[in-house]
Design a protein around this ligand. Sequence first.
Ligand SMILES: CNc1ncnc2c1ncn2[C@@H]1O[C@H](COP(=O)(O)O)[C@@H](O)[C@H]1O
Length: 358
Amino acid sequence: MSKKPDLSFCKRLPKIELHAHLTGSIPPSVFQEIYDQRISEDPALIDQLPNPAVLLADEKAGQDINSFFAHFTPLYALLSTISSLQYATRRVLELFAEDGVVYLELRTTPRALPGTTTEESVRAVLDIIRDWNDLRGEEMRVNLLLSVDRSRHSAKDAEDIVDLALHLRDEGYAVVGIDLSGDPNSPTSVNSFRPAFTRAKSSGLGLALHFAELPISSTRSELEELLSWHPDRLGHLCLVADDLRKLILQREIGVELCLTCNVLSGMLPGDEPGFASHHFGWWWAQQGRVSLGTDDAGIFASWNSGEHLVAAQHFDLTTQDLVGLSTRAAASILGGAGDKARLTRILAAYGRDEVASA
Ligand SMILES: CNc1ncnc2c1ncn2[C@@H]1O[C@H](COP(=O)(O)O)[C@@H](O)[C@H]1O
């Protein structure tokens, strides 16, 4: 059982992905399919849509944190119809399932497409998720978080997003939480979002917040403000002082770590930042509620199994450790009791089978 994990083990391992942004999870090949389809339906679009063969020709396109946020603008142009958005969503779900993810919390920023309302486009994504859960929910169960973009949304927009999330959840859609993301270089203080996020929390939605991504968004006052919202989970945590780390551990807040994203985008501090010095090592050693997320698998070309392999290689984890990592991740899902019971069942069965075959 306690062997060195290889990629095949990491793919087989029942994995829990809690930090995946929809648009950034779409690989270049899927953008190309969407582009080709749209051009074949309407050749005039050739003058309007960016061609992924050019836009994404450099495999590092968008990876640097300085160009990262602007990279989404042309991608949104390719996803400007309900059918392209739905096709991309379905393909992303298929790719996570092929990678051995058994529980996925996807997140996306509500936005109106030309000729549709914001609500219609969010429903379009949720319809794909509902169909998926109906047909393939035993293989991989999917829930959605709606994202508030700190650089583009106002306090009123955030309230509207919370209203939308509550309204869709109450209709039976798989909406489980609200995410705070977007470009942290924005001059907006996060404090203005407090009423929306605390209302979401008191209405039963989970909160997952991007936390201490860059020096500008790692001030003591911002981090204390975010912690005062009682988040369920925090993402990235690249620059967190020791006392706040301890508080996060004490409060058993889930920690979503995205190794490849942090390394390739240049988000980590230090002279020679790399996988081996990633703060995953600290959270793992402290028995924190850690999960490994991809952030944007389409941009960083690393899926959830790859993140597990990288963690195993750089932090000397065994196969048994990785089963333990899935168990720790399961503790901080925002899904309901049924989702938790299913994961407990899957991980127990997997642990037994691995012992039997060792
Ligand atoms: C370092 N990683 C990150 N930090 C902060 N925000 C991120 C992010 N990666 C993605 N996003 C957020 O997700 C949006 C695209 O997906 P959706 O249109 O929502 O599906 C980006 O515009 C950004 O706001």
